[in-house]
Design a binder for this molecule. Structure first.
Ligand code: NDP
Length: 266
């Protein structure tokens, strides 16, 4: 029988996950389907239960349900536990397993696709929401020289710094003016076409500016380019986190490069 997978979100119509997983399953010849499911904002657990009852084998979870998916899982990977959020669920006889592949996706895109090794680098993570929380552990695993978290609401950055330890520094946007090797925008500012008020002194010709948002040029990337930095959007992260979920479900690693290229061309 064909195995069923899905992505749950609200809204969900914009999601590229069905396209990505269809490409992965064609490429690796898996007998599976992958659909987008709009769950009511107050009915996530019921929607997942109905999907499992109908034979669902696994799911991705996006905004605003990642914390609810964390609570729903009866087993968690260590990286999901650290992140406090789940973007990938697998269903089996033992119940619901929750994982978080966002951080692995970001690191794979940076290190493998963009050839930006992170060991010994000075990294600035801008934002302290769900996306930031999910990537801190995997970034630290790469042994950067420094990780600084800057957020509009400083207390949220401080909470993350305390939770993860490792000498992470937390600050507001005005507490920074030395250059970084890598500046990651994990805020939702780009969604609103806004630019976090960062000092131009953070960006040099040796800086890579990475915006987790994808699909359009953002004020953050334009600002970084003005100051001579290389830039990248979050499309590679999106495809790489999907590949990590696909591997968890199917035990096969898809080739992400042609999928990233075809999404970019589209
Ligand atoms: P959250 O709502 O959890 O967090 C929002 C964060 O953005 C907070 O730190 C918030 O600061 C900050 N913020 C919001 N508006 C502004 C602004 N105008 N100026 C400065 N800071 C602002 O969102 P997520 O963490 O879930 O998502 C963040 C981004 O990451 C989104 O663009 C999302 O699309 C992207 N993303 C991309 C993925 C990929 O695979 N490429 C995966 C996951 C997310 P404060 O605490 O002060 O409110």
């Amino acid at each position: 029988m064909t195995d069923r997978y899905a992505v749950f979100g609200h809204p969900i119509a914009h999601s590229k996950s069905p396209l990505i997983h269809a490409a992965f399953s064609r490429q690796t010849e898996q007998d599976m389907t992958y659909e987008a499911i709009l769950a009511p904002t107050d009915g996530f657990a019921d929607s997942v239960a109905a999907f499992i009852a109908a034979g669902g084998r696994g799911a991705n979870v996006t905004v605003p349900f990642k914390e609810q998916a964390f609570a729903l899982a009866n087993r968690l990977s260590p990286r999901a536990e650290h992140a406090g959020a789940v973007n990938t669920l697998a269903f089996d006889a033992d119940g619901i397993f929750g994982d978080n592949t966002d951080g692995a996706g970001l690191v794979a895109d940076l290190v493998r696709n963009l050839r930006c090794p992170l060991a010994g680098k000075r990294i600035l993570l801008v934002g302290a929401g769900g996306a930031a929380r999910g990537v801190i552990g995997p970034l630290l695993d790469q042994q950067p020289a420094a990780l600084v978290i800057a957020n509009r609401t400083v207390s949220r950055a401080q909470e993350l710094a305390e939770q993860f330890g490792h000498g992470i520094r937390a600050c507001g946007f005005d507490g920074l003016d030395a250059p970084f090797d890598l500046v990651i925008n994990a805020t939702a500012a780009s969604l609103a076409g806004e630019l976090p008020p960062l000092s131009p002194r953070l960006f040099t010709a040796d800086t890579l500016a990475y915006d987790m948002m994808y699909g359009r040029d953002t004020p953050f990337l334009a600002f970084a380019r003005t100051h001579g930095s290389a830039t990248a959007d979050g499309l590679g992260m999106l495809v790489e986190q999907a590949a990590e979920a696909f591997y968890l479900w199917r035990g096969v690693r898809p080739d992400t490069a042609p999928v990233i290229a075809s999404l970019r061309a589209a």
